[in-house]
Structure formats: structure tokens, C-alpha cells
Design a protein around this ligand. Sequence first.
Ligand code: SAM
Length: 289
Amino acid sequence: MDIINLTSPTQVKSWCIENGFHPNRTLGQNFLIDRNALDAIIDGAGVVAGMRVLEIGPGLGVLTQAMLERGASVVTVEKDKRLAARLHEALGAPDALEVIEADALKLDLDEFLAQGFDACVSNLPYSVGTRILLDLALHADAPAVTAVLVQREVAERFAADAGESARGQAGVWLQLDYTVRIVRHVGATCFWPRPEVGSTVVRLDKSRSQLSEIQREYFFELTRYAFMHRRKQMGASLRKATGNLERTDAELAELLCQAGIAPATRAEQISNAGWQALAQVYAVGKSEE
Ligand code: SAM
């Protein structure tokens, strides 16, 4: 199989036409064809020789090839059978490349991540990018560094601070264990086929929180509940909570006060420190399993 220049739109289009390959919208197959954007992701992750990198959705292999050229070893997970089959051959079947044909959402992450990765570097498919990233990043064995290209508004949600309009559950969850940084915006012309939205490279650096397991459970339960009712004030929404979050009005007032959260505050106004404080006070007296 010919090795094509994957940052040449002409060569990428020709390969697709010659091989009867139609990029699949549902699988988010917008291939990166811009060298500067490509370098921004790989530099953003600090990929150097000897690193072991996980890549979800290698597609035609533009990022994979560049990382192999830097001397990294790459394990790729690709859902599209045809692309997975093509990759090894197209990149010359180097020992440093492992191609897994699988749906990243269905991987057994306990087993898969136990092999140990230094970084995750991917241009994620739009439709399931957030789910793939959250599954990976929130796993205890997630790599120390993750650099991914995602839809611009998704990246802004990941990085949003308390009080910003983009603040939401995904950002709060990622910021529990990571410092999240926007690296660079990437225009739609950097992809083929051209997507309707802009993209952004975002980098996550792991700094796992000090919460205990039970406090983490409360953190996720509280934030999930509060962002489902994000228009409501915390005092009002948590009063209706059931199960593990059920408390009397007096207890709730005391817990919010101990966490330093005014009852009139809305979910998106609370900082990550505030959420962690709230999880800690909810978990007091609850036993670790
Ligand atoms: N890395 C290539 C690039 O930058 O040109 C392709 C990126 S493209 C945005 C997303 C890739 O993810 C496609 O190759 C698509 O087939 C693959 N993909 C989509 N859903 C997937 C899933 N659930 N698991 C694994 N790969 C998936």
C-alpha cells in the first residue's frame, strides 16, 4: 500500500476516491490535514522518543505517523474496520505500533489502562468525544498527560471556571483531577471533509484530588444532581434530593454553610474547591466500603 502524505488534502481525497472510501459522518471522520495543527497537538502533549502513547481514532494515521517519527510507541484504537486494517500496512508495520480494532466506549479500561500509557493524544470524533475523554480521564490509571482535539465549545466547557457561561458538569469533573488548558484553536479548513464547527486542542495535566473514595462518590453524585437542575439555587434543588443526598432542611442549611456555599448559589457558580468541600461535609460519618 502506498504511503500517502496525510497533510496533503489532494492525496487524502485521492486515496479515498481510489479506494471507494466515503468518510463517515456518524463516526466523526474529519481527517486532520494541517501540519501546524498536527504539531500543536503533539507538541501540546510533549511527545518525545520513548513515550508510550494511546491514540483513540487514528483514522488514516496522520497523528500516529508523526508520533512514530518522533520515536514514540503508539497504541491506537479504531472503530472503523477498514481504517484499522489499513493502518499497519500504510505506516509500514513498525514494531512501535499496535492497532486495536474496537469501539473505545466498549473497552475494558481496567485491563486496558493497566498496561500504562505516558500520554493520550487524539483527534476525537465529535459525537462521542466527550464520553470517550471522560471515561478515560476519570479512570484511576489514566495517563499523566492528555492532549486532544475536540469541538471548540466542548473544549471551552472543559476549561470553564466557576461563573463562566460554559461551566458545566464535564468541566467540573475533569477539573477534579486535572489542570485543564486550552492550547490552540483550529479552524475548519484544517480538516477534510470540512466540519461545520471549529475545533480546539486542549491539554489535561493530572493532579488527582485528595478526596477519599466516599468523598469522590459524593462529589460525582452532588454535581450530577445539581447540574441536572442547574437553573435552581442549591438550597432549593438539594432539598428535593433523595437517596444518599437526602437531608433534612436544617441539615442541608448546615452542610451548605460548612462548605461555604450560600443557598442562593447556582451550580455553575460553584468553584471546584467549593464542590470538594461540599462532598467532604456530605461524606462525614459515612463509612468507606
Ligand atoms: N486521527 C485522525 C485524524 O486526525 O485525521 C482521525 C480523527 S477523526 C476526527 C475520528 C476518528 O475516530 C475516526 O477515524 C473514526 O473512525 C474514529 N472513531 C469514531 N468513533 C470511535 C469509537 N467509538 N472508538 C474508536 N474510534 C472511533
